[in-house]
Design a protein around this ligand. Sequence first.
Ligand SMILES: Nc1nc2c(c(=O)[nH]1)N[C@@H](CN(C=O)c1ccc(C(=O)N[C@@H](CCC(=O)O)C(=O)O)cc1)CN2
Length: 287
Amino acid sequence: MSEPLILDGAATAKAIRAEVAARATKLKEAHGITPGLAAVLAGDNPASVTYVSMKRKACAKAGITSFEHVFGADATQEEVLACIHQLNADPNVHGILVQHPMPKGLDEDEILATVDPAKDVDGIGRASLGDLVLGHPSFVSCTPQGMMTLLKRYGIDPAGKHAVVIGRSVILGKPMAIALLNANATVTICHSKTQNLAELTRQADILVAAVGRPELITGEMLKPGAVVLDAGYNRVEGRGHDVGDCHFESCAAVASAITPVPGGVGPMTIATLLEQTVAAAERSVGK
Ligand SMILES: Nc1nc2c(c(=O)[nH]1)N[C@@H](CN(C=O)c1ccc(C(=O)N[C@@H](CCC(=O)O)C(=O)O)cc1)CN2
């Protein structure tokens, strides 16, 4: 097999962030508004703290104002819901993101369902997920939408292909499977109770790994020429960077195209969040 095409999420995200910045400037000039994104973080999960900080920095570079609401791990449901209601009513906030996962004592589903769907730029509230299933225009969960954008920008059309999605989380696996279905792929979803995983992954023209298990997928589990999208972001002790769900070297030896970790799907997540925030701000002025 020849060298695979590297689906360069870092470079693609950079281009998207420049487009977002231009749209933010235009909004400011034409309507006097600056897009605003509010992040709600509860608890002290170090990865979540890092991701919120990455989002803050990306907003600053794109001309988006960021607001942060940080709660301790002992925050009550009522406190967080009151914050969401306040953000829903704030005209300077066009997008709200609730950093996942919330601490155990909080009902994340209810918190997400309280976000105004017009501001659900993270795309994981009930209304947004419902719209995705119904095929209505909606904000889509940022990682799946980022992967769909990556496929599009590299000219890879899922129509008629067999896509196998490993993982069924609300944030990744389920919305990715629906997005691929909406793009006319034939979709199989695998999860922890799936029997004979490798038998199914070997049938995939497009394989999406979104399971949170470092290097679970190896080259021998792939069909030669498969397109591999690795949405894993596992922290593994002794490795200086996040580790994907796919074993990169063995998968790259078989795949026709593959996302690296880091530098693949991760940067597309944040670029999509910015893109959906600026879109929410544009909609607020009727654009
Ligand atoms: N409310 C949300 N919570 C979570 C989401 C989400 O989209 N919305 N996704 C993940 C984590 N995440 C953003 O929150 C995220 C993960 C990874 C990256 C990223 O760019 N990773 C880099 C590597 C970074 C590093 O090693 O320092 C990469 O892959 O190149 C961005 C965002 C869970 N929670």
